[in-house]
Design a protein around this ligand. Structure first.
Ligand SMILES: Nc1nc2c(c(=O)[nH]1)N[C@H]1C(S)=C(S)[C@@H](COP(=O)(O)OP(=O)(O)OC[C@H]3O[C@@H](n4cnc5c(=O)[nH]c(N)nc54)[C@H](O)[C@@H]3O)O[C@H]1N2
Ligand SMILES: Nc1nc2c(c(=O)[nH]1)N[C@H]1C(S)=C(S)[C@@H](COP(=O)(O)OP(=O)(O)OC[C@H]3O[C@@H](n4cnc5c(=O)[nH]c(N)nc54)[C@H](O)[C@@H]3O)O[C@H]1N2
Ligand SMILES: [Mo]
Length: 761
């Protein structure tokens, strides 16, 4: 299929008519009948299903249509009428499928029955569920348990995730990386040190009470569109929204609610950001230092002149530690260095600091633009410091708000999918199930990749996701992946990870969350935790895509029974037949988080698990919140820019994808139609490097480590981005990211400032 490529600036709002049109096209393409469209009425409702797209909070009083363009696309993607049957695999060898685009693989529709790769014919052949479980179990048993990895992608329910974590630990390792290792792990490392909680403190209602929003590196128009509603309401109340983002994202500039008829008819737009600061990639640490410096300077001046102080000294004295060291580090950093690293002027930063300093309550919201950098952890911590300076954590309208990705990624961590044994209540697991949970740290995503490259990892089981496409260092990883002894993919759709596979390879197709899950114990519901730590029940409404599909809990139970010695205290079949019994087990393991779990799961808006920092209880060793002082701005090699030909590549999402799932080749908000192979560049850089708009170029890795990294065939697009920074799409750009180029302290691949050079094609 050849798409016509057009590139022209998009000047409309996020939402609006463009959103309505884009959705209609998808429903038609997926052959969704009206009953499928009616499905959307159940989306994100207290008695409905929780969206399979992002993790944004679900209100207790939902709108009639509580879904967004991308949430509806995700629903359509799951309830599509298209099917991948055994017949499809009979027609195509796996080597042939390797040549297909990601888009074409997933467009084939839903997987329908378990398949096993057959080396002789290079085809996937149908296999019975029992044969699959037996062989997987036999292979896992034959390997050293620490050479098997159990990955999870952030979509599976709390119930499936709890069972999966237990399976890995009973098997003998903490090798439980999940997609958050590529995502908000920088948050999960930063926040416990700073405020003693691994997750955000903000609730949806804080958006109604806040006086100022600081918004860093998150693109709500594409990736959390329902968040545009609270942002729109805040903006209408006159709340300043100060945005830090190298790209001018449409969703952060203006929004028309596609579900408000009057707004649509009158084409009225709401301005979202009051100040837009186009920080350089990775320049946020510098920008945050600038905000803190301006605030401290203004505070000193105010105190001198008997004005109202801007720094909340009483809060700092009562609730925090480390202020003096941090303040000294800020004072010791020159404006010159702050401007150079951030790409922002002192004037602009001082203006933002003034706005922040005037606000009674303020919140810091952020996404991948902060976490996916080498200094990702430190940057999040300095954002917390900025909030602490004015007591902006633990009161209404204030707080820290990481915007999580996958719909249950936060919840998976809550119920034990983690490589870190200290985050697991081992004593509880021991008491409940009579075994010694492994105490050795397991592999996170980057370490799992290292183990696959050096051959120490032999088996990879994936509960969802498309690991090989999501990780960095694509070329070396694909070659090493093929040497794995066993690869098992629990999936809903065909993807790259099925066609790049190990010696023994299984595709285990599962029910999606929107589908009816009938078990011996009746029709089942599952639960998930949203970005604000609220836990919701979710019930499927659609007919399953195939009668051969099993639920994720059932598949985990099947692998567990075939792999583990029988344990009289665990009845896997009972769990898989009645998820309420899994929820009882979750409650027994985490009694304070999940008190009365089964009774509370349908509470409108979800029930919130306790977040001590939200009530100013700091679960840190000192019992106080900490101003953590980073090593200083010069610790970040990516913001040095010694060689003017080395560009910082930002890899990001279009408006037409969900991670590695490509819905289409348009990025409406960035004015691109018909292609994903674009390179957004500042016009002055285009001239400086002797290039032309619309020219075709290659990107090559600039790291001096002996590995050749190249992606060919990008079209240069002149765009409003800071000089020295360029933008391209994930996952196409992943071959350019060295595996070692990750956040130093969390090992999140640093996908937002990849050093590359441009070569005329
Ligand atoms: N429709 C849709 N929804 C999704 C997803 C999807 O792919 N499609 N993915 C889900 C997942 S798993 C996740 S993690 C989230 C991701 O959602 P986001 O956090 O929005 O992720 P990205 O699209 O990667 O882009 C991040 C934003 O950061 C900006 N940015 C890049 N570098 C920097 C920087 O150095 N500093 C600052 N301040 N900003 C920077 C980019 O311009 C972009 O606007 O969305 C979730 N929701
Ligand atoms: N360069 C670059 N790389 C990145 C990022 C970036 O910004 N830049 N972002 C990173 C981030 S934030 C993330 S979260 C990762 C995402 O990495 P992953 O979570 O591994 O990838 P996804 O693309 O979300 O996985 C898509 C597949 O999940 C399967 N699936 C969908 N629904 C279900 C379900 O209900 N059950 C099961 N079992 N399977 C299902 C389908 O088969 C589908 O093909 O990528 C990371 N990689
Ligand atoms: Mo993510």
């Amino acid at each position: 299929m050849a798409e016509r490529v057009t590139i022209k600036p998009y000047t409309g709002p996020a939402g609006g008519w463009g959103s309505a049109r884009s959705l209609t096209e998808i429903l038609l393409r997926e052959q969704i009948p009206l009953s499928g469209a009616a499905m959307l009425m159940h989306q994100n409702k207290a008695d409905g299903f929780m969206c399979v797209s992002c993790a944004w909070a679900k209100p207790d009083k939902p709108a009639v249509f509580e879904y967004c363009e991308n949430g509806a696309k995700a629903t359509a993607w799951e309830v599509t009428r298209k099917r991948v049957t055994a017949d499809f695999f009979a027609r195509h060898t796996v080597t042939e499928l390797e040549g297909w685009r990601d888009y074409d693989l997933e467009e084939e529709g839903r997987l329908t029955e378990p398949m096993r790769w057959d080396a002789a014919s290079d085809r996937y052949l149908p296999v019975s569920w029992q044969t699959a479980f037996d062989e997987i179990g036999a292979e896992l048993k034959a390997l050293d348990p620490t050479s098997a990895v159990f990955y999870a992608s952030g979509r599976a329910s709390l119930e499936a995730s709890y069972m999966y974590g237990l399976l890995a630990r009973l098997h003998g390792s903490n090798n439980l990386p999940d997609s958050s290792n590529m995502c908000h792990e920088s948050t999960s490392v930063a926040l416990p040190e700073s405020i003693g909680s691994p997750v955000g403190t903000v609730l949806l209602k804080d958006f109604e009470q806040t006086d100022c929003i600081l918004f860093f590196g998150q693109n709500p128009g594409s990736n959390a569109p329902r968040m545009l509603h609270p942002l729109q309401e805040a903006s209408r109340r006159g709340v300043p929204i100060i945005t830090f983002n190298p790209f001018r994202e449409r969703g952060l500039e203006s929004f028309t609610n596609p579900q408000a008829p009057l707004e649509m008819l009158t084409r009225s737009e709401t301005r979202i950001s009051s100040q837009y600061l186009q920080v350089k990639a990775g320049g946020d640490l510098g920008a945050l230092y600038g905000l803190c410096k301006a605030l401290l300077e203004a505070d000193e001046a105010a105190r001198r002149d008997d004005g109202a102080p801007l720094v909340d000294a009483a809060f700092i004295a009562e609730h925090t530690r480390g202020f003096e060291a941090f303040a000294a580090s800020v004072r010791g950093t020159s404006w010159d260095e702050i401007e150079r690293r951030s790409g922002l002027t002192r004037t602009a930063l001082a203006q933002a600091a003034r706005t922040y300093g005037r606000a009674r309550s303020a919140m810091g919201v952020y996404g991948m633009g902060l976490t996916q950098h080498r200094m990702g952890v430190e940057t999040v911590q300095v954002l917390v410091n900025l909030l602490l300076l004015r007591g902006n954590i633990g009161r209404p309208g204030a707080g820290i708000c990481p915007v999580r990705g996958h719909s249950n990624v936060q919840g998976q961590r809550t119920v034990g999918i983690t490589e870190k044994p200290e985050l697991v209540p081992s004593d509880k697991l021991k008491a409940l199930y009579g075994f010694e949970p492994p105490q050795e740290k397991g592999l996170n995503t980057v370490e799992a990749c290292e183990g696959i490259l050096d051959g120490s990892v032999r088996a990879f089981v994936a509960l969802g996701g498309n690991f090989i496409r999501a990780v960095p260092e694509t070329v070396l990883m694909e070659a090493a992946w093929r040497k794995l002894r066993l690869t098992v993919q629990v999936s809903t759709k065909l993807n790259r990870n099925h066609v790049i596979h190990g010696e023994i390879a299984y595709i285990l197709p599962c029910l999606g969350r929107i589908e009816i899950d009938a078990q011996p114990g009746g029709r089942q519901a599952v639960t998930m935790e949203d970005s604000t730590a609220c836990i919701h029940g979710s019930k499927g409404y659609a007919e399953p895509a195939s009668r051969h599909l099993l639920s994720e809990p059932r598949i985990v139970a099947g692998i567990a029974k075939a792999t583990l010695a029988p344990n009289p205290r665990i009845d896997w079949d009972r769990w898989a037949g009645d998820y309420a019994s899994v929820r009882d087990a979750i409650e027994a393991t985490y009694p304070s988080e999940f008190k009365d779990f089964n009774a509370r799961m349908w509470q409108p808006g979800g029930f919130r698990r306790p977040i001590p920092a939200a009530g100013r209880v700091w679960r840190t060793p000192s019992g106080k919140a900490h101003f953590v002082t980073p090593r200083g701005l010069s610790a970040d090699p990516d913001t040095e820019q010694a060689d003017p030909e080395v560009m910082r590549l930002i890899t990001m999402r279009s408006n037409d994808q969900f991670n590695t799932t490509i819905y289409g080749y348009d990025d409406r908000f960035r004015g691109v139609k018909g292609t994903r192979m674009v390179l957004f560049m500042n016009r002055r850089d285009i001239e400086r490097l002797g290039l032309r708009d619309a020219q075709t170029v290659d990107l090559v890795g600039a790291a001096d480590d002996g590995v050749e990294r190249r992606v060919a065939g990008f079209r240069v697009v002149a765009y409003d981005v800071p000089e020295g920074c360029i933008g391209g799409y994930y996952p196409e750009c992943n071959p350019l990211i060295p595996l070692w180029h990750h956040a130093e302290r969390s090992k999140v691949p640093a996908a937002k400032s990849v050093p590359v050079r441009i070569r005329a094609g």
